[in-house]
Design a protein around this ligand. Sequence first.
Ligand code: ZN
Length: 423
Amino acid sequence: MNKNYDTASVPKATLHEHIEGTVTPEMAQKLAARHNVELPAGFIFKEGEYDKKEFPNGRYAYDESDFGQFITTYDTAASMVRTPQDYYDVAKDYLTKNAQAGGVYAEMILSPAHMAVEKNPETGKDELSAKKYQTMLGAICQAAADVKEETGLETRFIATAVRNLGAESVMDVAKFVRDNPHPMVTGFGIAGNERSGEFDDFADALAIAKQAGLKLAVHAGEIRGPQSIKDAVRLGASRIGHGVSAIQDEQVMKDLAEKKIMVEVCPTSNRILVNELEGDLANHPARKLYDAGIMISINPDDAGIFGTNTGKEHRVSKKAFDFTKAEMYDITLSAIECSFSDVQTKKKVKESIYAKMDEKDRSEMAELAANAKNPILKARLENRVKESEKVAKKLEIQKRKDKVKAQPKASMIALRKKLSKNR
Ligand SMILES: [Zn+2]
């Protein structure tokens, strides 16, 4: 099994990243200057106070063990993102870095309650504005389109409600997203403080989103126990954000594996925010989830705030969870299968991933499948082997066809040369 590989060589797909959380310290400074506001003193470490190699875009100065400080940092950085140009810049920055790290597909989480709220001049109240939503979304989608043109990276968006703003707000956001559809917004989610309310309080909102044709990815099992994951699954979630507490309940683990419900693992975020891990990824259940046949993806969550990115999260995961190269391929392919894009896009992106595998990668996948103990994992890996061979064959045939096409040209040139010599 190949553990001696560079994660940079494996294509990546990330499904869990909040747009306002992508703001790096560098970007926060740029936006603050743009809006003529002063960032709080001591908000960002000065040059020389942190490891520039680990934090190439600067480092926020909050104490990782202090949740209050983290939230304040998040809110301050997020409050710098105000205009369509700001949204364009932060989305472009994150997605470009993703592509540079080998990303082939990304989903980003948008919160209408953050980006589309405006004071209604008649009522004087803050309300969701369709016009503001369309403007901001337009800028974000333009960034995604530009990055796609430059790098090929595919992007989709998930509109999320924030549960600590209350069940009424969650309902308002669900209806708002239903009434303002956009082809790039393919999912609906619930984020925010997990301790606020129960999933049943949001059942109607989730049903509305589902009826509108949106797939559901909800945050669960991050701070609360496995019951929250059970509730989310019962109400139709097809992906669980974090899901760390799944490990506490064998039945939940079995259900997730059997129903092919993905757990979106966010290593650095979980290390910092999930108390049970005691700040150590050695206590993270990602390896156990994977071995139990559960499809997992690897995600930054709030890349800018946590001082991470897609490339770094994959490096961290390899080190902490000992994922082999074939397992990393499987994780990326799983993310595409569980993504909220259309069938055609999934097929195209999956083929592009398989096309990057060489013969050694394919034989490692076969070895991995042969050694897999969990029957669900084994079946999935066996399918990966089949699919990878199919793509390899297709490429081989294409190569031969190209050669044949090129041949008559070559022989014509030779013939012409011969004729001109004989003249
Ligand atoms: Zn999240």
